[in-house]
Every structure is written in structure tokens, then in C-alpha cells.
Write a protein that binds this ligand. Structure first.
Ligand code: AP5
Length: 195
């Protein structure tokens, strides 16, 4: 299996690139943000609790997202591999993911970290907020809170994987196609290693 974590701050392009990469490599896209938004849309109790936290730009409790990912891994026993987008976002989530994958006799192949300057992140998210109606893109205060949460709680996940030599920075500026090429090259080399 090839299991990639697409890592990076809010607005760095994880969702955009995941959508294209899964088509090219036949992987399954697991986005905890998308899973949480589905719960909100379905007005489930979990979704209603999560919305309160997400609208402040804060992280949902670890056990909630770990449970979601665990169910999705179980639901896809034949997968060739996964692209994890927006997960893991804390060191506790990374440790839980490692254990879940080990139970399935697999592991993270690499973490590809999109690097984009903060001004560009804010401008991308404000633009999207104007058209998508995503409530956590609605104003700059919430966007900045998401970025602070990323620096405080998510950035340390880089150290967790760097220790195993599984962390690669990728320039996240440029056109969507240019970034797709950079990411594809990395994933192709992992696929070749497996053959
Ligand atoms: P989540 O949905 O994961 O959002 P995020 O990480 O904040 O990421 P975004 O979706 O905003 O950005 P992205 O990097 O995917 O970029 P995108 O491709 O969309 O999480 C939302 C919330 O859910 C969290 O705040 C938290 O509350 C909760 N949550 C989720 N997972 C959790 C977890 N594991 N633990 C706890 N809580 C969790 O692009 C952004 C914009 O830029 C788009 O408009 C796009 O068109 C544009 N764009 C993309 N690439 C380019 C480019 N190259 N040039 C110009 N524009 C571009």
C-alpha cells in the first residue's frame, strides 16, 4: 500500500491536490474536514457539536476524528492506499494512526508538506469564503485562529514523522498543475519502490 499524509496549514491546497492525486494513483481520499462537514449537513449530534468548535477555528477532540478514520479504514479493506488530508492534526492523532495502520500491516509511506506563505493562505481562504459559504472561511479572525491552531497543535506532527525520515517539504505556491507535478513525482517514486 501507498499511504500519504498531505500536510500543511489551512488553505495550502491539500483538498485541491488530493482530488487530483486519487484519480492518478487510485488511492482513497480521507479528509476529516469533509467527514465532519457531512455530519454537520446531516445534522447529526456529532455534527452539531463539531460545528461549534469548527466555527471558532479550533480543533475537534482527538477521539472524534480518530473514530472516524478508524471506521473508514475498516470500510475499505481492499484499498491500494490512502491520502490522508487534514489528519493527523495532533501528535496523539499521529500515534493513533500509526497503530491503526500497523493493525492492518501497513504504515505511512511519506508525509508531503505543502509550504505556502501566510499572506497567500489568508487571501486564498477569504476568496473561497466569499463564494463557498464555508462558515470557517467567513472572516479573517477565524482564519487566523485556524492558522494559530495549526502552529500550536499540528506543526509538531512534522517532528513525529521526521524522526522516521518520513517528511518532505513541497513548495505549495504556483499553479495547481505545477504543484500537482511536484507531488506526483514524490508519489511515483514511492509506487516504484513498491513494485
Ligand atoms: P479542514 O476541512 O481540514 O480544513 P483546513 O485544514 O483548514 O484546510 P482547507 O480545506 O481550508 O484548506 P486546504 O489545505 O485543503 O486547501 P484547499 O485545497 O481547500 O478542517 C476544517 C476544520 O475541521 C478544522 O478547523 C477543525 O475544526 C476540523 N478538523 C478537521 N480535521 C480535524 C482533525 N484531524 N482534528 C481535529 N479537528 C479537525 O484550497 C484552499 C483554497 O485555495 C481553495 O479555494 C482553492 O481553490 C485555492 N487554491 C488551492 N490551490 C491553489 C493554488 N495553487 N493557487 C491559488 N489558489 C489555490
Amino acid at each position: 500500500m501507498v499511504n500519504i499524509i498531505l500536510f500543511g496549514p489551512p488553505g495550502s491546497g491539500k483538498g485541491t491536490q488530493s482530488a487530483n492525486l486519487i484519480n492518478k494513483f487510485g488511492l482513497i481520499h480521507l479528509s476529516t474536514g469533509d467527514l465532519l462537514r457531512s455530519e454537520i449537513e446531516a445534522k447529526t449530534p456529532l455534527g452539531q457539536e463539531a460545528k461549534k468548535v469548527m466555527d471558532q477555528g479550533l480543533l475537534v477532540p482527538d477521539e472524534v476524528v480518530i473514530g472516524m478514520i478508524s471506521s473508514k479504514l475498516d470500510a475499505n479493506p481492499e484499498a491500494r492506499g490512502f491520502i490522508f488530508d487534514g489528519f493527523p492534526r495532533t501528535t496523539a492523532q499521529a500515534e493513533a494512526l500509526d497503530k491503526l495502520l500497523a493493525l492492518k500491516k501497513t504504515a505511512i509511506s511519506n508525509v508531503l508538506a505543502l509550504e505556502v506563505p501566510e499572506d497567500e493562505l489568508i487571501s486564498r481562504l477569504l476568496n473561497r469564503g466569499a463564494t463557498s459559504g464555508r462558515s470557517d472561511d467567513a472572516n479573517e479572525t477565524v482564519i487566523r485562529a485556524r492558522i494559530v491552531e495549526y502552529h500550536n497543535k499540528t506543526a509538531p506532527v512534522a517532528d513525529h514523522y521526521s524522526r522516521y525520515g518520513k517528511f518532505k517539504k513541497i513548495k505549495g505556491e504556483g499553479t495547481v498543475d505545477e504543484i500537482f507535478e511536484r507531488l506526483s513525482k514524490e508519489i511515483e517514486s514511492l509506487v516504484e519502490e513498491k513494485v
